[in-house]
Design a protein around this ligand. Structure first.
Ligand code: SF4
Length: 303
């Protein structure tokens, strides 16, 4: 028995079989000598060319240029057939820049006026809405070289009618207050207001002037102060005090009393408005204290 037969018999006895045998052997030389077809014999790849339609460029017109002018648009609206008539309310042309510039220019102009020019300017003034409801402007009254300047809020009904500040019962009380410090209307005392025209609400009742109305009118008072050159200022009531001191509208007058403030370099004393004192006579003693404080400011300058 040759080796191959014996190996087969051995494997069969072990249960491994049948043994698969290649029918013929491939010589080594045949394996390594496989010839490949030369590259040039391979059919060249045909490039795929996509056919794309040329794109025609679109000219885009800037959007803004497509918006018609306002006048053209309004005309188009007017001409457009419609069952509902178009109602176009033209908005008022606001030129805030020019308005602000005008206000600055006017203020500068007021600051150069003499008494005659100033009175004429106030009489003709339309700088705020209060001009529409007034009967008279109330410029102020008194000694134009006075050392005491009393400043109230603005004219009420009677003042508007007569063109003079502090008339009626409140005016009488103020006259008494002036007398207590040794002055009187027209003699070493001048009486003016923060605003020169009466401010009223929709029902025709007196109201506090707005911040805008105060700002519009204040240059007139500032010029009055510059022309009078008083020694002491007395603010009568909340509106006068807060407007001059540029304080928050919620500031109570009571917190401003008893202190010498300054306005335009001058001492300023705050006290209650005579109309308030008429409603609350118990506060008159405090007003007297305030006038004594003002007297202390005035006395050194008077010596
Ligand atoms: S309140 Fe003063 S600013 Fe207003 S219209 Fe009268 S004067 Fe002019």
């Amino acid at each position: 028995m040759n080796i191959s037969t014996r190996r087969t018999t051995f494997l069969e006895e072990c249960g491994v079989g049948p043994l698969w045998v290649r029918r013929y052997a491939v010589p080594y030389q045949e394996i390594v000598q496989i010839e490949y077809a030369p590259l040039e014999t391979v059919a060249p790849l045909v490039p795929v060319v996509a056919t794309v339609e040329p794109i025609t460029p679109t000219v885009v017109t800037p959007v803004l240029s497509q918006i018609p002018a306002v006048d053209d648009m309004m005309t188009a609206w007017d001409n457009a057939p419609s069952s509902v008539p178009a109602v176009i309310v033209a908005a008022p042309k606001l030129d805030l820049h020019n308005a602000a510039a005008d206000a600055v220019a006017l203020k500068a102009n007021i600051a150069t006026m003499d008494w005659r020019q100033l009175k004429a300017a106030v009489a003709e003034c339309t700088q705020c809405g209060l001009c529409h409801g007034r009967e008279h402007t109330v410029f102020g009254v008194g000694d134009e070289s006075a050392k005491w300047l009393f400043i109230g809020e603005g004219p009420g009904r009677e003042e508007d009618r007569q063109g003079e500040p502090f008339v009626g019962p409140a005016g009488k009380l103020l006259d008494n207050m002036l007398a207590s410090v040794g002055v009187k209307r027209g003699e070493n005392a001048y009486i003016a207001n923060i605003v020169k025209c009466r401010s009223t609400d929709d029902n025709g009742r007196d109201r506090t002037p707005s911040a805008e109305e105060v700002a519009a009118c204040l240059p007139y008072l500032q010029r009055q102060i510059a022309l009078i050159q008083p020694t002491v200022l007395v603010a009568l009531g909340k509106t006068a005090a807060l407007s001059l001191l540029a304080l928050d509208p919620t500031t109570p007058v009571s917190t401003l009393r008893g202190t010498v403030h300054r306005y335009a370099g001058l001492p300023l004393v705050v006290t209650y408005h005579p109309a308030y004192l008429l409603r609350k006579p118990s506060e008159k003693a405090k007003a007297w204290d305030d006038l004594c404080l003002a007297l202390r400011c005035y006395a050194p300058a008077a010596e």
